[in-house]
Design a protein around this ligand. Structure first.
Ligand code: OFO
Length: 165
């Protein structure tokens, strides 16, 4: 049985994962509008991944007899000026999520909730990968100044990404 504190933290994390999905879908639509179909595809796949992160937490809460609380998901209102700005935001957001997962894990540890700690280990590894992938693309975009033939080539590469979930 989940302790109240851990359950609340997991429900907060669930909301953040849904927001991640929503944010990345907003970015996908930004790329659609900018005629960058590869970037749009990449972010749409990322949207699916984030939905699967949320559903992992959703399933876990139910599995251990907790009550899922589906809270308001914030709007995605930001207007981006260019591709580099979008990836700066993605990288920042992933670092924020890593911090957030670390805090939930810390809480679970304090509460001696070994099952939740075990479930969160998957997220710890996933965040290492997510941060590294996003930072790599951000750095590549900076190298080409976010424009020209380089941008076209990255767009083609990102168009190859297919959903793993
Ligand atoms: Fe992007 O890893 Fe979940 O939020």
């Amino acid at each position: 049985m989940l302790k109240e504190k851990v359950l609340n933290a997991l429900n907060e994390e669930l909301n953040k994962e849904f927001y991640s999905a929503y944010l990345y879908l907003g970015m996908s639509s930004y790329f659609e509008a900018r005629d960058l179909p590869g970037f749009a595809n990449f972010m749409r796949v990322q949207w699916e991944e984030e939905m699967s992160h949320a559903m992992r937490i959703y399933t876990y809460i139910n599995e251990v007899g907790g009550k899922v609380r589906l809270k308001t998901i914030n709007a995605v209102e930001k207007e981006w000026n260019d591709v580099i700005e979008v990836f700066e935001d993605i990288y920042k957001h992933e670092c924020f999520i890593t911090e957030s997962i670390n805090e939930v894990l810390f809480l679970a540890q304090q509460e001696k909730d070994y099952a939740t700690m075990n479930m969160l280990q998957w997220f710890i590894s996933e965040q290492v990968e997510e941060e590294a992938n996003m930072l790599k693309i951000l750095n590549q975009l900076k190298l080409i100044n976010g424009e020209g033939t380089g941008l076209f080539m990255i767009d083609r590469e990102l168009g190859q990404r297919v959903a793993q979930v």
